[in-house]
Design a binder for this molecule. Structure first.
Ligand code: NDP
Length: 309
């Protein structure tokens, strides 16, 4: 089997070493110098110029290097029959849930205020609300959102999740689809977005959605920036309806240097870094699917092109 690699954040060498260690018989060619493209069986990429996928005529599947199929699926020339395997890697869930739990605790336990108190040499023991009285809502209960919701439930928070079909995670109340959205928002004091960017999730968190959250609610977003209507978020923060936001993803990335989010006193910004993974962990799903293909078994962790994730 021959795999053509177009790496993203990690160097091509990282991937080559991980594949060589775990599947030495796999030939890896680095895009764009892939030799005869008709020989390539698997394309491993996320961001590749439009039209490039169609230039490999005999692909068995495409495997995504990074999570989130939205940017890849924007190419209209991708053959309709071509299976797309998502980035699926336990490391990603591990790092994402740690970032989410950190942001929840930082807000719930008033860490910015205690840091200010320390600077002022002020000893002020404020009462701590027990986690079971803090209602957290996770939008998206997949690989990443599901892991975060489980961890928060384990920490004792009152956790609900919103998804298309419900996931039945122990300790997490399911709210389902558009019909369940307003009730989900109305009960949620700390809202966490870990949704893919699709037609349905684009601009989902707008003025009416923020207004449905209880006064003082806090918003965390680490799925895709397109979820949020930025001017509506700013209005809800500035009116005092929302108490703050921690944002890892943005409509425009990198976040422009003159963007108002950088200096906003109620907004915490991280540079799309909430979840990371190594080549060592990320090649497993690709190798598993190559073996499945060779054995005539159905591929695992494929994207539903219709749903967009
Ligand atoms: P999954 O595909 O595993 O899960 C997606 C979840 O979103 C599912 O629970 C799904 O519902 C739900 N969902 C999708 N569309 C809707 C909708 N219209 N209404 C309600 N629920 C919906 O994705 P992951 O957990 O792996 O990742 C989520 C997103 O996080 C990725 O798509 C990517 O964009 C982003 N991401 C961000 C990173 C970062 O560093 N900031 C890193 C990696 C990913 P159901 O359960 O019913 O299918």
């Amino acid at each position: 089997m021959i795999l053509a690699l177009k790496s993203g954040r990690l160097s091509a060498q990282d991937w080559i070493e991980a594949f060589a260690a775990k599947m030495p018989e796999l030939e890896v060619r680095v895009w764009p110098d892939c030799g005869d493209r008709a020989e390539v069986d698997v394309l491993f990429t996320t961001r590749i110029p439009k039209g490039e996928v169609a230039s490999f005529p005999n692909l068995k599947f495409v495997a995504l290097v990074a999570a989130g199929a939205d940017r890849f699926l924007a190419d209209p020339d991708i053959p309709a029959h071509l299976p797309i395997v998502r980035a699926y890697n336990p490391e990603q869930a591990l790092t994402m849930k740690a970032w989410v739990v950190y942001q929840v605790i930082r807000h719930h336990r008033e860490m910015p205020q205690y840091e200010a108190d320390q600077k002022a040499h002020r000893w002020d023991r404020r009462p701590v609300l027990q986690p079971r009285f803090v209602r957290v809502g996770v939008m998206g209960l997949g690989q990443l959102g599901g892991a975060a919701a489980r961890s928060l439930a384990d920490l004792g928070y009152d956790v609900a999740g919103w998804s298309r079909g419900g996931r039945g995670i122990e300790g997490v109340d399911d709210f389902i689809g558009p019909d369940g959205l307003m009730a989900f928002l109305a009960r949620t004091e700390i809202l966490i977005g870990i949704l893919p960017f699709t037609r349905e999730t684009d601009r989902l968190l707008d003025g009416p959605a923020f207004a449905a959250l209880p006064k003082g609610a806090y918003v965390i977003n680490c799925g895709r920036g397109e979820l949020i209507v930025e001017k509506d978020l700013l209005a809800a923060l500035d009116s005092g309806h929302l108490s703050g936001a921690a944002l890892d993803v943005f409509r425009q990335e990198p976040l422009p240097a003159d963007h108002v989010f950088w200096d906003h006193p109620k907004i915490t910004v991280t540079p799309h870094n909430s979840s990371t993974s190594s080549a060592w962990g990320a090649v497993d799903i690709v190798i598993e699917n190559i073996r499945r293909y060779q054995n005539g078994e159905p591929l695992r962790a494929t994207i539903d092109r219709q749903a967009g994730y």
